[in-house]
Design a protein around this ligand. Structure first.
Ligand SMILES: *Cc1c(COP(=O)(O)O)cnc(C)c1O
Length: 377
């Protein structure tokens, strides 16, 4: 039997709530389930205004519109990330300034950000890789000094936290001016495709709702705040249907038990693998003492590309579907010609050497042991 890389977990109530949404007759967006989900996030994680979107990609595109990216504006983004992190800003004409990763973690190297800032820099987009926080104190401090927006790509970071120098523990996605989440079926909490924009700076609240609703003030109209609605700004159709929100609600209701199980699986790998990793010069996930682990991903980094090829091939032979991850975006076909030529060796190192092991709710201890056995062999 093959062990897949990912298997979407159902809590059991998804179809029930979707049925309810369908037969209540409210199928378009921004209905009961959408509001329940949005309120849940506000209350549990202390986010500002929350708007469900059809993907994290959409949430990032909304963010780029909200901070009013103009052609030529610069946005600092790690090279080791998913294309959407960069694409959302490229679509508005931004120039992407790719930053390298940290040596001990695939996240952005916070210490090089300041050197990349110019008069044109408009935003920094930290990506909380594997749900582990970037050093947000450093990033917010730079952003404040240079008057730059911070947009967290929190696609992988649901239910994860960061404790600042002030001793306050904050949920990832509540720290930047804006933050984008994903509910793609590969994430911890899913709705097939889906996402959310958290709007933590109240300055953006009103306009976010308008951009979300095709550039109209329809949301204010439905609340009875105005007696006609019309076209007031740019925008698009960023809201998901109630059927999707209903699915998401069934997941959110169970987020605590989902997280407990994912962490159990994650630590089962960790405990079994620590010694093996040491002996074989393999780098394990680094979780700083002021960050939490939301068990989004179990990855490790091989000592070189040859070791990775061998490990991946052996795992595959044994029916274990482990996978590598991003290819450095500064070397991509689309962007290499536009990149300023700086070498980003850590990003390339993760591109060449990182492996992700199967990790999902319904992964059995037996299967985890099988993966470990193959690795040790
Ligand atoms: C998954 C992911 C995205 C994209 O999410 P979608 O919901 O599929 O658009 C963006 N950034 C990161 C870091 C991701 O992991």
């Amino acid at each position: 039997m093959q062990i897949p890389f990912n298997k979407p977990h159902l809590t059991g109530k998804e179809a029930h709530y979707m049925y309810d949404a369908v037969y209540t007759g409210k199928l378009s967006g921004n209905g009961k389930y959408t509001q329940q989900c949005q309120n849940f996030f506000k209350e549990k994680y202390g986010f500002g205004k929350c708007l469900l979107t059809t993907s994290c990609t959409d949430a990032l595109e909304m963010a780029a519109i909200l901070i009013d990216i103009q052609p030529g504006d610069e946005v600092i983004i790690p090279s080791y990330t998913f294309v959407s992190t960069a694409n959302a800003f490229v679509l508005r004409g931004a120039k992407i300034i790719f930053a390298d990763s940290r040596k001990d973690h695939p996240g952005i190297d916070e210490d090089i950000i300041e050197n990349l800032i110019t008069k044109k820099t408009k935003a920094i987009v930290p990506v909380h890789y594997a749900g582990v926080a970037c050093d947000m104190d450093k990033i917010i401090d730079i952003a404040n000094r240079y008057n730059i927006w911070v947009i967290e790509d929190a696609a992988q970071a649901i239910d994860s936290y960061y404790t600042g120098k002030d001793g306050i523990k904050r949920a990832l996605g509540s720290i930047g001016h804006l933050a984008a989440f994903s509910f793609h079926e590969t994430k911890n909490i899913i709705s097939g495709e889906g996402g959310m924009l958290a709007i933590n700076d109240p300055k953006f609240e009103k306009r976010a709702e308008i951009i979300w609703e095709k550039g109209t003030n329809r949301s204010a109209f439905f609340r009875g705040e105005i007696d006609k609605y019309g076209w007031v700004d740019v925008g698009s159709s960023f809201l998901p249907s109630e059927v999707i929100a209903a699915f998401l609600w069934a997941q959110l209701e169970n987020i605590d038990s989902i997280q407990v199980k994912r962490k159990e699986n994650w630590y089962a790998y960790w405990n079994a693998i620590v010694e093996w990793a040491n002996i074989n010069d393999v780098q394990l996930p680094f979780i700083p003492s002021n960050a939490t682990n939301n068990a989004h991903m179990f990855y490790f980094v091989c000592k070189n590309v040859e070791q990775r090829s061998t490990v991946l091939a052996k795992l595959k032979e044994a029916g274990v579907l482990a996978v590598f991850h991003y290819l450095s975006l500064h070397k991509s076909q689309f962007y290499s010609g536009k990149h300023d030529g700086r070498a980003l060796p850590n990003s390339d190192y993760y591109s060449e050497c990182l492996i992700r092991l199967p990790l999902f709710y319904d992964l059995s201890l037996e299967d985890i042991n099988r993966v470990i056995e193959v690795l040790k062999r």
